[in-house]
Structure formats: C-alpha cells, structure tokens
Design a protein around this ligand. Structure first.
Ligand code: DQA
Length: 146
C-alpha cells in the first residue's frame, strides 16, 4: 500500500513555530517518525511539504496519476479558504484524509472553525499532534482491509 502525505504552508517551521501551540517537534522529526510508523506496517509513504497552493494541487493530481492508494492532507491554513484544494480533492479518485496537529475547530480564531475541504475528505483526524497522522494511517489500513 502506498500513501502520499501532503503538508501545507508553515508546517516546515515546526519546532520553532508557535511552540506553545504546535509543540517543539521539528518538521524533520515528524517526517522521520511517520516514515518509521509506516515502514513498521509495511506501508510505503511519500511525505511532501509546500507553502504554495498550486503545488499542493499538483501533488494531489500526482497522487492520482502515480497510483497511490490514499492521501493524508494537512492543508494548514488553506483548510479554511481554499476552494481550489476542495476541487482538487473532488477531482481525484482517491480517498483523502484531512489531518491537523491541533484542533482548529476549538482554537481561538473564528476563521479556523471552518474547513472548506472537509466535505470532500473521507475522514478527519485532529487535535492529537503526530497521533492525528498515525490514526489516519490506521484508518487507511482498516479501509483497505475491508
Ligand atoms: C493546522 C491548523 C491550521 O488552522 C493552521 O493554519 C496550520 C496547522 C494544524 O495542523 O493544526 O497551519 O493545520
């Protein structure tokens, strides 16, 4: 099984970015941890990050063209206003799982309480840090077994 994990804007800054909110784990540590988690389960993962909306759209198309089985998407702030990402998720014939380190629905800023991509995604895992991604991997494994 192959999964593409796509991380959006500012997630490359993990470790130093608002550590009171996102913790001190660096982006490289997140990537290494997820690679080990997937390898232990005999899953192939490709993990990508971009600060650019159009590149993230291209990554979603790439997942479809390259025959990945599923996508895990942390669209970061684009979650809250990118109809182009919503359309890209709808355009590909792959299950896309929305993940967030924090729980945007309960954060202070009202703009975070809306996810415009959620309806296009198969499920959402949020508010559990790295575990949000791991739960998405587990859910993909379960859905492929079914
Ligand atoms: C985030 C939550 C978003 O609201 C925010 O813009 C991010 C990260 C998360 O993983 O908690 O950049 O997606």
């Amino acid at each position: 099984m192959t999964i593409l994990i796509i991380n959006g804007p500012n997630l490359n800054m993990l470790g130093t970015r608002e550590p009171d909110i996102y913790g001190t784990m660096t982006y490289d540590e997140l990537v290494e941890n997820l690679k080990t988690y997937a390898e232990d389960r005999h899953i192939q993962v490709d993990i990508k990050q971009s600060n650019l909306e159009g590149i993230m759209i291209d990554m979603l198309h790439y997942a479809s063209h390259m025959g990945f089985d599923a996508v895990i998407l942390n669209a970061a702030a684009f979650t809250h206003y990118s109809y182009a990402l919503y359309d890209a998720i709808k355009a590909i014939d792959l299950p896309v799982f929305e993940v967030h380190l924090t729980d945007p629905d309960t954060r202070e800023e009202p703009f975070r309480h809306t996810s415009v991509i959620r309806d296009a995604c198969k499920a959402t895992f949020k508010g559990e840090g790295l575990m949000s991604y791991k739960k998405a991997i587990d859910a993909i494994m379960e859905s492929q077994d079914a």
